[in-house]
Design a protein around this ligand. Structure first.
Ligand SMILES: [Zn+2]
Length: 484
């Protein structure tokens, strides 16, 4: 639903080439290679053991649930699942990495060659997924100051160390910052549909590294790429990429060359900053993990995971449009809010038009449900049915809706108790109409001499006298007869 920004400034001479690496924390109760809890928000270092602290002599064991989540993600992203995959050690020193190496998958990843289809404006586009591999999360540094540079000391919390991650790597086939954002939005939605991650970017469950380069228009030669690390919001992703498009474009316009390097995004300053150049890049000395056997999957097990995948966002969008005739905008709303979508499907079982259901759910109901939780579909259906039957006027719908939220009664009971039935008995209404006209002789005269817009005023007075219950159609008819 977000707006797409395509070009930045006058970068008309270059094509933008973007590839993404997305780290996703998997939704498992225990960590990847030990049985420590993964619950968020526990006191620092209360969820660690010899394995995730890398104490000598401890041995890792693979969490089957993590492999299941990773496989499910691979299948939902149309990947080939490799029945044989292996683990490696990626060696580097940093205080948040107690073993001084990270267990990951290098040459033999779990999933390869997939894709994700998504809409950019009204165009269905595809981004290739090169690979998805499994790895473990690092710990978390907490600096005493506002940044590592300005801090006297830093503390480290290993609760996160060893949580199961997948890294999803795309091909460099994303063409502008807005598209990168839409891709990650769609990916995040898909991962939440299949339940493999809570995908909370603000808690670090989903983080993006972006590679970006510019190349002269229509050239086959790729430019030098820059990597922007750890983008943890959609906004940061799009802004950082936009900034890089301008920065690299300006350098190239002036005949300069782009330095291959890693950069970070400074949200407050609104710019990317150099972290390290290629020359400073660590040599990870990857080698096979000796403490874990290769991961060998049974085809039948993979098929059982495939069978557990629910309807995915793009399929659901198509079904809402084709089967129920929803507009793209409406269908997108329901795809993004699965709880509302479930109520839509439940209501569609009743004898109600999809249009009436959509207008209701996306109207005042959406606001009330967000504040107070959803109503039972059966009670909503009761309200929509009496509106359809004409038992109450449109202007009483909100009154009944409020009452539905604050009581257990049915719509019909509420209408009866509060006497909200629409007034359409001509004899009864005639008296009210006559009363209004008798009380306003001057206005009646002005109406008769041509001020036809005064009709609205008379209608309003009748509605007021009947506390909004009069049927506007009958009132209009009676007034026109009386005034002619
Ligand atoms: Zn542990």
């Amino acid at each position: 639903m977000s707006k797409v920004s395509k070009g930045v400034l006058g970068m008309a001479n270059y094509d933008t080439v973007i590839g993404l690496e997305i780290h996703v924390a998997l939704l498992t109760d225990s960590k990847f290679l030990c049985s420590c809890s993964t619950a968020f928000g526990a006191p620092p270092n209360s969820q660690c053991c010899p394995v995730c602290l890398g104490l000598p002599g401890s041995l890792p064991t693979i969490n089957e649930k993590a492999v299941e989540c990773a496989t499910k993600a691979g299948l939902a992203l149309n990947c080939q699942i490799n029945l044989f995959s292996k683990f490696d050690r990626k060696n580097y020193f940093y205080p948040d990495l107690p073993k001084a190496y990270q267990i990951t998958q290098d040459a033999y990843p779990l999933c390869s060659r997939g894709f994700l289809d998504y809409y950019v404006d009204d165009q269905l586009v595809r981004t290739e997924i090169t690979r998805i591999h499994m790895e473990e999360e690092a710990g978390k540094l907490i600096h005493s100051g506002s940044s590592i540079v300005s801090s006297d000391y830093s503390l480290v919390d290993y609760n996160r160390a060893g949580i199961a991650l997948i890294e999803i790597v795309t091909a460099p086939d994303i063409h502008h910052p807005g598209q990168a954002r839409l891709f990650v939005e769609q990916l995040r939605l898909l991962l939440s549909y299949i339940g493999v991650s809570d995908t909370k970017m603000e808690e670090g469950s989903l983080r993006v590294d972006a590679n970006i380069s510019l190349k002269p228009k229509d050239s086959d030669l790729l430019g030098t790429k820059v990597e922007i690390k750890n983008l943890n919001s959609f906004r940061a992703l799009e802004k950082a990429l936009e900034y890089e498009v301008s920065r690299q474009g300006e350098i190239l316009d002036q005949g300069g060359t782009i330095r291959q390097e890693s950069r970070t995004w400074d949200d407050r300053a609104g710019r990317t900053m150099s972290m390290r150049s290629k020359g400073d890049a660590p040599d990870y000395r990857l080698f096979p993990e000796p403490d874990l056997p290769p991961l060998c999957l049974e085809p039948a097990w993979v098929e059982s995971i495939r069978a557990s995948i629910p309807e995915l966002p793009l399929e659901r969008l198509g079904r809402l449009e084709e089967q129920f005739g929803l507009s793209r905008y409406e269908a997108t709303f329901f795809v993004h809010y699965p709880d509302f979508c479930q109520i839509f499907f439940d209501l569609a079982e009743y004898d109600l038009s999809p249009k009436a259901i959509v207008n209701f759910l996306m109207g005042d109901y959406a606001r009330l449900a967000r504040e107070r939780g959803h109503l039972d579909a059966r009670r909503i259906a009761g309200l929509l049915t009496i509106v359809k039957e004409g038992l109450i006027g449109a202007n009483q719908e909100g009154v009944v809706l409020d009452a539905l939220f604050s009581s257990e009664k049915s719509a019909r009971e509420i209408v009866k108790e509060q006497g909200l039935e629409a007034l359409r008995d001509s004899t009864e209404l005639q008296g009210v109409v006559d009363g209004v006209l008798t009380a306003n002789p001057d206005l009646v005269a002005r109406f008769r001499s041509g001020e036809s817009k005064l009709l609205g005023y008379f209608v309003g007075q009748v509605m007021r006298a009947t506390r909004g219950k009069a049927d506007p159609e009958v009132v209009n008819k009676l007034l026109e007869e009386a005034l002619s």
